[in-house]
Design a protein around this ligand. Structure first.
Ligand SMILES: Cc1cc2nc3c(=O)[nH]c(=O)nc-3n(C[C@H](O)[C@H](O)[C@H](O)COP(=O)(O)OP(=O)(O)OC[C@H]3O[C@@H](n4cnc5c(N)ncnc54)[C@H](O)[C@@H]3O)c2cc1C
Length: 435
């Protein structure tokens, strides 16, 4: 990998997400050599992916070059590499660009969509965890409307305009709200020759309330906001399968829909060599102690979504969210330096700063540790917090301008089919479109 030998210990971080970047920043001025490996050369601000999927933002305004985050630090090295295996016995990591030795390894590989083994949903449904997936979804949504214009079959037309979103967490709620706003504000103008009032947005939640990790008031209000926007909220229903056209559930309800978005679960991204059963907990997460050390492995640490630190307050581990990942990255940075300096490490304590979700224009719900509020003010708070945590001044500026523009104009101008998406069962249709 052409990384110079150093007299300082080498910390290899796998993953430049919220946790990995926070850690690398903390270590950047210390006497350690930091090597960050990521299969992408950018940091992905996942909380705004749904806005890319729905044409509200361009993808490059929520991505940031990892190299730029740590420019100018002589001890920092980035390599664009897909990690394939960790060999803990020899302290080596195998990647698609070669092998590298570590003194300390930090796994910060995040999480991926969990389809719970359902192949139908995995192959025919859409996930929204990465920027390419969000662009695929954006293309599919727009392609469906283009196709709906072409068909005389009313049944097929309805299915093309029928959206099923599975999972009533923040991702499902935010996506459903954004689609409903498009239906109301944009589709009638873009497709005047199509009866877009027939478009349906269905949000399906297996439990008895939306946003189950938030307060009851936030759940109720989010549901009310969605209903005001015309979203059909289905609770206590579990989706059991999808064949690309028909969504089956454990109730009698069946949905004919050309688009199913699966936002109903995530699991940690595992690595070969760190997959022994005794290392893993629920959801494939690596069990760590209060110093982020992977239990049972020397010199290996894990932070963020991939790490499960079971504490009295969080017996299931910390929530798989950006805040815990960033706090863990900073805490581990401090502890690694303390360890190298042979000082005692400090146990990690998560400071819950609250959670929030937006449903649409002037509609959001915010739960802070001391206050809970919903509506217009919550929406401004949501926007401010997301702008604050976005990496890069340009990104903040671009997102801010886009939001102001979209707000004033009731618009989302990034509704572009840049790279057409081919769902497996839709090859024929796309060939037709190309002609
Ligand atoms: C749609 C969506 C909306 C969300 N909204 C919110 C929100 O509003 N608020 C909130 O707090 N959280 C939200 N989250 C969750 C939040 O994004 C995650 O909890 C957070 O990204 C976890 O950070 P992390 O550092 O553990 O992993 P990530 O940020 O996922 O980073 C993992 C990195 O590891 C890299 N990687 C993985 N495997 C390999 C490999 N084998 N080789 C090399 N590199 C690898 C990836 O490319 C990635 O860059 C949302 C998530 C999604 C998907």
């Amino acid at each position: 990998m052409n990384i110079p030998q150093s007299s300082n210990p080498r910390v290899v971080i796998i993953g430049g997400g919220f946790g990995g970047i926070a850690l690398a920043k903390k270590l950047s001025k210390k006497d350690v050599q930091v090597v960050l490996l990521d299969k992408h050369n950018y940091h992905n601000f996942q909380p705004l992916l749904y806005q890319v999927s729905t044409g509200g933002l361009e993808p490059d305004s929520i991505a940031y070059p990892i190299r730029k985050v740590l420019q100018g630090y002589p001890n920092f090295f980035f390599r664009l590499a897909q990690v394939q295996e960790v060999k803990t016995d020899t302290k080596r990591i195998k990647t698609n660009i070669g092998e590298i030795f570590y003194d300390y390894l930090v796994v910060a590989t995040g999480s991926e969509t969990n389809f719970f083994g359902n192949k139908g949903i995995e192959t025919k449904g859409m996930a929204m965890k990465t920027i390419p997936q969000s662009l695929n979804l954006r293309s599919l949504i727009l392609e469906n409307f283009e196709q709906a214009l072409l068909t005389d079959d009313l049944h097929e037309r309805d299915a093309l305009m029928n959206f099923v979103i599975v999972g009533g967490g923040p991702t499902g709620v935010e996506l459903a709200g954004a689609l409903a706003e498009i239906k109301k504000g944009i589709l009638p103008k873009d497709y005047p020759d199509l009866d877009t009032r027939r478009a349906q947005i269905n949000l399906i939640q297996s439990g008895d309330r939306l946003l189950p990790a938030m307060s009851k008031k936030a759940s109720e209000k989010a549901e009310k906001f969605l209903e005001e926007l015309g979203v059909n909220v289905w609770k206590n229903i579990r989706v059991t399968d999808y064949d690309g056209k028909r969504v089956t559930t454990n109730a009698k309800t069946i949905f004919e829909a050309e688009t199913l978005v699966w936002a109903a679960g995530v699991k940690a991204v595992g690595l070969k060599g760190l997959d022994a059963e005794q290392l893993l907990s629920r959801g494939n997460r690596l069990r760590v102690n209060e110093f982020h050390q992977v239990i049972g492995l020397d010199g290996v640490f894990a932070i963020g979504d991939v790490a499960q630190m079971e504490t009295e307050k969080f017996p299931e581990g910390h929530p798989m969210m950006a805040q815990p990942a960033m706090q863990q990255g900073r805490s581990l940075g401090e502890n690694l330096v303390r360890m190298i300096e042979e000082k005692p490490m400090k146990p990690f304590v998560y400071k819950d700063k609250g959670s929030m979700a937006t449903v649409g224009r002037n509609k959001a719900v915010v739960d802070l540790p001391k206050f809970k509020f919903q509506g217009v003010f919550a929406w401004f708070v949501w926007m401010f917090v997301h702008l604050y945590f976005l990496i890069g001044f340009r990104n903040r500026l671009v997102v801010f301008i886009n939001w102001v523009y979209n707000y004033v104009r009731f618009d989302r101008e990034a509704r572009l089919i840049i790279r057409p998406f081919k769902k497996q069962n839709k090859v024929e249709r796309h060939n037709l479109m190309r002609d």
